[in-house]
Design a protein around this ligand. Sequence first.
Ligand SMILES: CC(C)(COP(=O)(O)OP(=O)(O)OC[C@H]1O[C@@H](n2cnc3c(N)ncnc32)[C@H](O)[C@@H]1OP(=O)(O)O)[C@@H](O)C(=O)NCCC(=O)NCCS
Length: 376
Amino acid sequence: MVMSRAVVEDQGVRLRPLRLSDVDDVVAACSDPLTQRFLPLLPRPYTRSDAVWWIEEGTEAEWQQGGGVWVIADPATDRLAGTIGLHRVVHERAQAEVGYWVAPWARGRGVATAATVALSRHAFASGFVRLELITELENIASQRVALGAGFQREGVRRGLSPDRDGGRTDLLAFARLNSDRPGPVPRWLPDLPGGALTDGVVTVRPLRPGDEDFTYRLLNEPDVVLTSVPPIAPDAEEIALRCARSQAHWLSGERADMVILENSSGRPVGDVGLYYQERNLGQAMIGYAMLPEWRGRGLPTRAVRLVAHWAFAQTSIARLVAGTNPRNTGSQRVLEKAGFQREGYHRSRLPGMNGRRLDDVPYALVAADLLSDKNA
Ligand SMILES: CC(C)(COP(=O)(O)OP(=O)(O)OC[C@H]1O[C@@H](n2cnc3c(N)ncnc32)[C@H](O)[C@@H]1OP(=O)(O)O)[C@@H](O)C(=O)NCCC(=O)NCCS
């Protein structure tokens, strides 16, 4: 495969070779903190001579290896909005890796997604069969670009990249084949409409960086630990990762971790999570926990109802299940008030403390339960 250096006009963007007149824009964009954060192999500080070397020699080497580097330009002005490249070409596999950055002045307008679609079409037309796109688990914008450009998530590649501190970073791999359907990858768990759900008393929104202190306190409450699977209190590092990677899990369609806010105080008071591991069955599990001082006010029931309505209306989930400890009457009341029905008794279903096993009382909710007057 050999990529042509001809200008590509597609998807509302222009892809053209870099030239020396781009140097100021390259220095400004590659010095930006977000670019530096997610492209750890870039020199720091990024100087004018780094940009000149890259334009004159670095990009040339990519062309020689069968890939290439393009400026993503605004077709109206030809000004650089970002760059996109085809790297790490494996000729015998007809495979290459797509990488990009968008300058701070051009972000959030669909430039990266449009350029990734345009370059993929160009690469497939030139004989490539498989394109990879590798990103950090914390890089949510890039994961959205991947899904928006039709790249499917394939999994975590452990320790794939060296980081700036001498360690290694896990990276998330996406790929698109030339035989894949055009268009974005459908989401199992779409975004909450407007970013949150509310009934006027509580608001449910995605867990995110900044929620660490609250989450640490909540998940270290002794009775919350006892009902966790496994029943182990998470440490601060685990909580930090949970908050940083929550959006990546949501995008993967595997789980949606959410915070419950009490509207009049605006404070986080609990959490609610949706775990969609049985997608072939359309069955997901729901779990929740409240800070002790906010219990007894019906707030988790409201949160569970909000999430259930969203799940049945916006996703393929047809059945929501939940499990409770046989002695956890508070949790059983939450489920019953939210319309769930008890379905039996599971002996020794869950891991307990010190190697013991715990019984579990299973509940389930189907869409029809929510439509009955009592629970509407
Ligand atoms: C990743 C990057 C290229 C995205 O560029 P962009 O032109 O803003 O991307 P788009 O406008 O096509 O937006 C893509 C999606 O990301 C979302 N997004 C943009 N910025 C975001 C942010 N800071 N947090 C979460 N999502 C964000 C957009 O809403 C959009 O989502 P949608 O398509 O699901 O609606 C840009 O943020 C960047 O240059 N980052 C630094 C370098 C980098 O990360 N390169 C990729 C390394 S793998």
